[in-house]
Write a protein that binds this ligand. Structure first.
Ligand SMILES: [Zn+2]
Length: 278
């Protein structure tokens, strides 16, 4: 009898535990600032479709859950936006995400001495290069190349020389700085913030020596003004692998690393994203 009840228990207990499991949809935050990323995590449910700001989004498997990154642009209009998910059983879950405005730093930035650039040629050059760059980072690969964690590209203490979204006045023009500048001695090792595949490794007029890493699922990291590039297009890199060295190449005022992070083509604050995925 005891054996039979044990047998029955071993059969019913998992049913009781797993049969009652409810879908859980969690957000890393529902009050992101401009430039933040909202991480959506779904457990114990299959999803039929999901939309954010009325546009379809995809969730991908990560660490036993389904995950989506919602990049909030630095120029997103503050206010309420809806995330809507439809489960395969037909039930619906909605969440409101309140985007808050962020205070961006403002500076006057000239042209480095000895440079042949003028504010007008700099802007024309940046616009041309932005188009080329956008073409690289808009390619979304379904594979997840990144490891579940991300890390700083520098092993030394981070010294931010120019923050994300800084409003730079050059001549009569405004240039937004959609990345972070870390001050570091020339030659300092620069490593990949997570696993990925090198999408591009090239020398650019304004960005200098540049490496772009495709982490999969629309996530790209960009390392600019490098002194040396140690990886080539198509190379596979792992988290923390050294890919180059800090330099002063391109439109630069001194040795530093410029790090940008793009998710589905939207620039987000790389430092905050690394903090979210640490
Ligand atoms: Zn920069």
């Amino acid at each position: 009898m005891k054996r039979l009840s044990l047998f029955l228990l071993s059969f019913f207990v998992p049913l009781l535990v797993f049969g009652s499991v409810k879908p859980s949809l969690t957000l890393s935050t529902n009050v992101p600032y401009q430039g933040d990323v909202v991480k959506v995590t779904l457990r114990n449910a299959e999803i039929k479709s999901a939309t954010f700001k009325k546009k379809p989004i995809t969730l991908f498997p990560l660490d036993g859950a389904l995950v989506a990154f919602l990049p909030i642009s630095g120029t997103e209009i503050p206010g309420a936006y809806t995330l809507k998910t439809t489960f395969t059983n037909g039930s619906l879950a909605t969440r409101t995400i309140w985007v808050k405005s962020r205070k961006f730093a403002r500076v006057s930035l000239g042209i480095p001495t000895g440079s042949t650039l003028t504010p007008a040629t700099l802007i024309a050059q940046l616009q041309k290069e932005k188009i080329e760059l956008d073409n690289v980072v808009k390619t979304k690969t379904e594979e997840v190349y990144f490891e579940s964690k991300f890390q700083s590209p520098l092993s030394i203490k981070e010294n931010i020389a120019s923050p994300f979204g800084e409003i730079r006045k050059t001549g009569s023009s405004i240039i937004r700085h959609w990345g972070i500048d870390y001050k570091a001695p020339k030659g300092t090792d620069v490593s990949s913030i997570s696993g990925g595949i090198v999408a591009k490794s090239y020398l650019d007029t304004t960005y200098g020596n540049t490496i772009i890493i495709n982490h999969g699922q629309g996530v790209f990291s960009l390392y600019m003004h490098l002194d040396e590039r140690l990886k080539n297009e198509g190379d596979t890199v792992s988290k923390g692998e050294i890919i180059g060295r800090v330099g002063n190449t391109g439109y630069s005022f001194g040795p530093h690393l410029h790090l940008s992070l793009k998710i589905n083509g939207v620039s987000v604050d790389p430092q905050k994203f690394i903090g979210l995925m640490k």
